[in-house]
Design a protein around this ligand. Structure first.
Ligand code: NAI
Ligand code: MG
Length: 330
């Protein structure tokens, strides 16, 4: 029996979470769902975008599923808060091309490991009207931890078996000096894994000219953020983009997309990013075989091209596509 925290949020976050729950209910594994609130509706009801109770639920569960939240003017982002509270320092974003979906190349399959807690997103900014400064915090501790995650992943993937460190150490000599040094220090523990390091600007080009070169990419917070959106664009967009945030004690899994107010309430959101995030969650809690089966079921349904939501060119509803994926599983 696994305890899973469910925080659906707003808009299509709630709709795709229904898909996740429907799928989990059909599996031969027992789950106990603990529900938490977060987001815009939560703010209107409770005066906060993230209830203390939701944090408690997430901390005490084996893993958390998050849908998406609509931003609340003047209020902190609940998902950034939750990531901090759970100290999930690694943001994992798998990038894969799917048969039947337009992609820059076939057989793209890599994962971006983005440092989730520091870098230029430390939110330390100051200055006056004329000069403003943002601090880019890079610690050996966080850099080594994120590299460790990247190498562990590469070892498990049994693909190219390579980790690419992305930085800009020719300009950011101190900060990315530490980031790169930490990467090569951890690499010594994994002699069977090939290493390479590129500057971030060159990487932005290589992703387009030679995406098959990549297996695991590890980078700091801002670079990882930018490269992962670029990469999602290479393989067909947000409807198929899952993510996982992991730390030493917790795992938080969420689709990359937001609450999509333009299609919310219509029942036409693509459930795949949430379902693929759910598979990442199952992998994290140890249900690796089921996770693989879910990935394969999504691949098959998308590849067959018969029951697809409108973003993929079909006219199926969220639940119709969900049912089709579940049918593949059982
Ligand atoms: P969005 O990701 O919600 O939507 C961007 C576009 O992609 C829209 O046209 C939407 O219809 C489409 N789209 C997204 N997911 C889809 C899916 N599963 N199936 C089909 N089409 C899909 O980003 P947007 O519009 O910039 O933001 C909307 C709200 O979501 C904002 O309040 C934003 O702050 C919030 N947001 C929340 C995130 C989170 O909770 N993690 C992440 C990104 C945005
Ligand atoms: Mg981003």
């Amino acid at each position: 029996m696994y305890d899973i925290a469910i925080i659906s949020g707003d808009g299509i976050g709630k709709e795709v979470m229904e898909s996740a729950e429907y799928l989990l209910d059909k599996l031969d594994i027992n789950f106990n769902f603990n529900y938490g609130e977060a987001g815009f509706e939560c703010f209107n009801k409770n005066g906060t975008t993230l209830l203390e109770e939701s944090i408690k639920i997430a901390k005490s569960s084996d893993a958390t599923l998050f849908g998406a939240s609509t931003s609340t003017p003047g209020q902190p982002s609940p998902i950034i808060n939750l990531r901090k509270q759970l100290d999930v320092y690694a943001n994992l974003r798998p990038i894969k091309s799917y048969k039947g979906v337009k992609s820059i190349k076939d057989n793209i399959d890599f994962i971006i490991v983005r440092e989730n807690t520091e870098g230029l997103y430390s939110q330390i900014e100051y200055g006056d009207d004329n000069e403003v400064i943002a601090e880019r915090v890079i610690t050996r501790h966080a850099s080594e931890k994120i590299s460790e995650i990247a190498f562990k992943l590469a070892k498990r993937r049994e693909k190219l078996n390579k980790v690419t460190c992305v930085h800009k150490s020719n300009v950011l000599k101190k900060t990315d000096g530490v980031f790169k040094e930490s990467f090569y220090k951890i690499a010594e523990k994994y002699p069977q894994i090939t290493t390479e390091d590129f500057y971030v600007d060159a990487t932005a080009m290589y992703l387009i000219t030679n995406p098959l070169n990549f297996d695991v990419i590890v980078s700091s917070n801002l670079f990882g953020d930018i490269l992962s959106d670029e990469s999602a664009g290479l393989v067909g967009g947000l409807g198929l983009a899952p993510s996982g945030n992991i730390g030493d004690e917790h795992g938080l899994f969420e689709p990359v997309h937001g609450s999509a107010p333009d299609i919310a309430g219509k029942g036409i959101a693509n459930p795949c990013s949430m379902i693929l995030s759910t598979a990442m969650m199952l992998d994290y809690i140890g249900e690796k075989e089921t996770a693989m089966k879910i990935n394969k079921a999504v691949e098959d349904v998308v590849g067959r091209g018969k029951v697809l939501t409108p973003d993929l060119g079909g006219n199926a509803k969220t639940m119709e596509m969900t049912e089709e994926i579940v049918k593949e599983l059982i």
